[in-house]
Write a protein that binds this ligand. Structure first.
Ligand SMILES: [Zn+2]
Length: 546
């Protein structure tokens, strides 16, 4: 009995359901009819970089320690990598149990670690680094299958839709060729392959397929609407090919790390906190001057736009990090913040607000006994944020950290996680790009993440034609271990999705609990500065950073 997992980053039933019903996605439709399917709740925030570690460890971010693409440290931030995951992964557990594994392109698996089988790291890997285990794995295939590609090569820009989509299709095809060859050439008990293309495409192209989107334009929709369907159809065709490699004893799981939907605007939470007096700037003349310029619209992006006009953008791209810092450094950034008077700040994707807690933050000034009161005041203020169009509250829910983070690293997560207009509005990840609080999304991404991704399963002992309710991404590692007849570590936060299996199988297969011994720290791997800059640039091109 083997398990094949196909990860479709960002796949959503909002698109799959109607397209499968219309006959456009035959493999996914068959999985829905003949297997089980249901929404799969992601992590908070529903972002690729904590979600995949939660998949591979069965733990919430408070236990595995990864909360975002970036991790703050005094004076700046680091890009996240696999060595920051403070827990054993599914493939380590399977390897220790003597099962043969193959893991291809799952995000946050760089640097690759030895497994009983092979592994190729996914996005968040530096381009010229050793991304495979064993290290010569890819070289054996590159003559035949072409140099292995980690991420898209064409950055989305208006007018470049065709090249952008063609590149994503080519990336998916090449990933599939590698996966199919590796599945044939190696013995495996667990095989997993990840495709990032749907995530990248939905960030860029959502507006073309959504007539309710503020940026929907019938003319361009006629030209490029359908591109997302083309990419989902490619994923469906690849899924069918991979499925064909399995036998009657094998279980297939298809899943995404979060869902997707329209993006209507970004919220500069730090500007809001500044207006409300929770965040203060330094009083020196330079900072006051910068703030004055900033409020008059002279911002990093305005300065960048000027450079583009002058034809210097290539220079800026080439020396991206230094140039960007030089531009941004002249305007507002965290370095302009007066931490001695600041009670709260925002940092990270979707919207995480941190209380400037003494003893935890590098320059914390909020005494622990005031933490709860300050947090309540910030939450109350956030509830007064207004939707720019409808005037109703923009924040529909504020998640307090203890609702979603438990474990030794829970402190590192945001103290308040506001959900804004059903994720149609997300926070700007760093300080601010202009002086407004709410900025309509007039360029760049038109789609962004949602809390619920997808889960589909098929195979022996898997129920047929039923819909699952309440599955979470942290449930998959324990569920896979259970189906493979292995004990489930006691410190996994997820549960075995027994309702996925036939009652007779569940009755005959008692759950074995293993010791809670999987959480462990190991030496962290720090990326070289140029590797860090390169990943940052790539994330920016994928729309994850400004
Ligand atoms: Zn993702």
């Amino acid at each position: 009995m083997r398990v094949l997992v196909v990860g479709l980053d960002g796949a959503t039933f909002d698109l799959i359901r109607p397209w499968a019903a219309a006959g456009h996605l035959p493999a996914l439709a068959r999985l829905m009819q003949e297997g089980v399917h249901g929404e799969l709740r992601s992590t908070m925030p529903p972002v690729t970089s904590p979600a995949w570690p939660s998949f591979m460890t069965g733990m919430n971010p408070g236990r595995h320690g990864v909360f975002d693409f970036i991790r703050s440290r005094p004076g700046g931030f680091d890009m996240v990598n696999a060595s920051h995951i403070a827990a054993k992964t599914l493939w380590q557990l399977l390897s220790e149990a003597g099962r043969r594994v193959g893991v291809v392109a799952v995000p946050v698996t760089y640097p690759p670690r030895p497994v009983n089988g092979f592994m190729i790291s996914g996005i968040l890997s530096p381009r010229h680094a050793e991304i495979a285990y064993p290290p010569d794995l890819l070289r054996r295939y590159e003559d035949e299958l072409g140099p292995y590609r980690i991420s898209p090569a064409v950055q989305y820009a208006d007018g470049d839709e065709e090249a952008f989509v063609a590149d994503l299709l080519a990336l998916m095809e090449q990933r599939a060729r590698y996966a199919l060859r590796l599945m044939q050439d190696y013995e495996w008990d667990f095989f997993m392959v990840h495709f990032v293309a749907l995530d990248v495409a939905q960030h860029a192209l959502w507006k073309f397929d959504d007539p309710t989107h503020p940026r929907y334009d019938p003319h361009s929709a006629q030209r490029y609407g359908g591109s997302l369907l083309t990419l989902y159809q490619k994923a469906d065709a690849i899924l069918a090919q991979l499925w064909e490699q399995t036998g009657p004893d094998d279980v297939l799981l298809v899943m995404s790390d979060h869902g997707f939907g329209p993006l209507h605007g970004t919220v500069n939470l730090n500007n809001f906190l500044l207006q409300r007096g929770f965040l203060h700037l330094k009083r020196d003349v330079a900072t006051r001057l910068r703030y004055a310029l900033f409020r008059h619209g002279i911002t990093p992006s305005a300065a960048y736009a000027l450079l583009v006009k002058l034809g210097l953008q290539d220079v800026v791209v080439r020396v991206s990090k230094r140039a960007r810092n030089a531009i941004v450094g002249r305007f507002l950034s965290f370095s302009a913040v007066d931490w001695s008077r600041t009670q709260a700040y925002a940092m990270g994707h979707v919207g995480q607000v941190f209380i400037n807690l003494r003893g935890r933050e590098p320059h914390g000034c909020v005494p622990p006994e005031e933490y709860e009161a300050v947090r309540q005041r910030v939450a109350d203020a956030l509830r007064e944020l207004e939707h720019p169009q409808f005037g109703r509250p923009l924040v529909d829910e504020i998640i307090f950290k203890e609702q979603v983070y438990q474990g030794p690293y829970a402190e590192r997560g945001g103290d308040l996680l506001p959900v804004m207009d059903g994720f149609r509005y997300i926070a700007f990840p760093l300080f601010a790009s202009n002086a407004q609080v709410v900025t309509p999304q007039v360029r760049g991404d038109s789609g962004c993440h949602r809390l619920h991704g997808v889960l589909l399963a098929h195979g022996p002992a898997v129920q047929q034609g039923i819909e699952l309710d309440g599955a979470q991404i942290i449930d998959l590692a324990p569920t896979i271990l259970y189906r493979m007849g292995l004990p489930v570590p006691g410190d996994m936060d997820g549960r075995v999705l027994t309702e996925m299996f036939e009652p007779a199988f569940v009755r005959a297969t008692p759950l074995q609990q293993a010791e809670a011994e999987t959480t462990h720290r190991r030496p962290e791997h720090e990326l070289l500065p140029e590797e860090q800059a390169e990943i940052e640039a790539r994330l920016r091109s994928l729309g994850y950073l400004e």
